[in-house]
Design a protein around this ligand. Structure first.
Ligand code: SIN
Ligand code: FE2
Length: 217
């Protein structure tokens, strides 16, 4: 796609798209670093492999996940929470790569959230047919810090709703290199991912990888 070959640049006035009050889509913001980011994802996976966590209700999640950074989001019969060690290996989560931290901070800054310092990066893997149902990110303590979400590989339809589950949901196509930032009045907005369409991406094959940066503590 032309859009992929010529990503818009930060500072370009049409580059930021407002999705809601406090929520922004930065198209192509991570495009140039994408190869580096994916190399770092592979490095994380060597220490903390993909796993399908279980919800507190006992259902296995369709999205495969892992984490890097001081804290990692986990879910099991005991509930949703952040842990400093990977329950699968018993070791600390892999360090947050410098390229991840810089990208997350710059994206937050680009839409007015200064000094974003994520201590958690959840890495999600979607394969064709995988979806993530509507939910709020509410396991974090500082609710004044935004969420920064980076899309890599296959495109997906991001579902972005309101503060109530029943609110209307926007459907936004997220392509390789796109970044969404939500905070402020949108911090607790319901969001999700529609079932991933089959496809092939030169860098990820038949997968979409998502990096979600959060300040958990
Ligand atoms: C999430 O809500 O944790 C992930 C969203 C995404 O994959 O874009
Ligand atoms: Fe989420």
């Amino acid at each position: 796609m032309t859009e992929d070959l010529f990503p818009r640049q930060p500072g370009d006035p049409v580059f930021r798209e407002a999705l809601a009050d406090g929520a922004w889509l930065l198209r192509g913001f991570a495009f140039e670093e994408a190869v580096t980011l994916l190399i770092e994802v592979d490095r994380v996976l060597q220490q903390a492999p993909w796993r399908h966590m279980r919800t507190p209700g006992g259902l296995q999640m369709a999205v495969a996940m892992t984490n890097c950074g001081p804290l990692g989001w986990t879910s099991d019969a005991r509930g949703y929470r952040y842990e400093s060690c990977d329950p699968t290996t018993g070791k600390p989560w892999p360090a947050l790569p410098l390229a991840f931290a810089a990208l997350a901070r710059n994206a937050a800054q680009a839409v007015g959230f200064a000094h974003f310092a994520p201590d958690a990066c959840l890495i999600n893997r979607y394969q064709p047919g995988t979806r993530l149902s509507l939910h709020q990110d509410r396991d974090e303590r500082p609710l004044d810090a935004p969420i920064v979400s980076v899309s890599l590989g296959l495109s997906a339809i991001f579902l972005f709703g309101g503060l109530q589950r029943s609110a209307p949901v926007r459907r936004v196509q997220l392509a390789h290199g796109d970044v969404v930032v939500w905070g402020g009045r949108s911090r607790l907005a319901f969001h999700g991912i529609a079932p991933l369409a089959a496809g092939h991406h030169a860098l990820t094959g038949s997968q979409r990888i998502n990096l979600t940066f959060r300040q958990a503590l």
